[in-house]
Design a protein around this ligand. Structure first.
Ligand SMILES: [Zn+2]
Length: 164
């Protein structure tokens, strides 16, 4: 049976967050990582678990599908015990909001990776980035058209005023 308990802390956290339904971008953001850095960690996690690692060019979807056994393992309860006590609500809130850095960030991520209770607390306050904002439809052409109509009307009025 696959287990993620032997993987490095950041990889364990990423896999637990993915198994909980977070997007790769959200899972990476919780660790203060860019998506590229998260992908590198997941690729080495797959290699460490002796899974076949798809080519870089195959994209995130191929990597996530190759990671399926580890994502399933990450959905199961951890077997390792946490090295630290459960952090306070202020720390988990700051972590979920992306306001932690350095050793405290890593320690909190490692704890949450191995403590289902704290993982749930952290993820309940996330995801930090959420789905992308819908891009508003460009409005400029309509505004340009309106301005053109107004100018035409003004010119017409001017011409009328000149010749009448
Ligand atoms: Zn805990």
């Amino acid at each position: 049976m696959e287990t993620i308990d032997g993987l490095p802390p950041e990889s364990r956290f990423l896999l637990r967050a993915l198994a909980a339904g977070l997007s790769l971008a959200d899972a990476a953001a919780l660790l203060g990582l860019g998506e590229d850095a998260a992908v590198r960690r997941l690729r080495s996690a797959a290699a460490q678990a002796k899974l076949s690692v798809p080519a870089m060019a195959a994209g995130d979807a191929a990597l996530l599908s190759a990671l399926a056994p580890l994502r399933r393992a990450a959905a199961r309860a951890p077997t390792r015990t946490t090295a630290t006590a459960c952090p306070g609500a202020d720390v988990t809130t700051a972590f979920a909001a992306g306001r932690l850095a350095g050793p405290l960030l890593l320690a909190t991520a490692e704890h949450a990776a191995d403590c289902p209770h704290c993982l749930e607390r952290v993820l309940a306050e996330g995801p930090v980035t959420g789905p992308p904002e819908p891009v508003p439809a460009p409005r400029r052409p309509r505004r340009v058209a309106t301005i053109a109509i107004v100018i035409a009307l003004l010119l017409g009025a001017l011409l009328l005023a000149t010749f009448v």
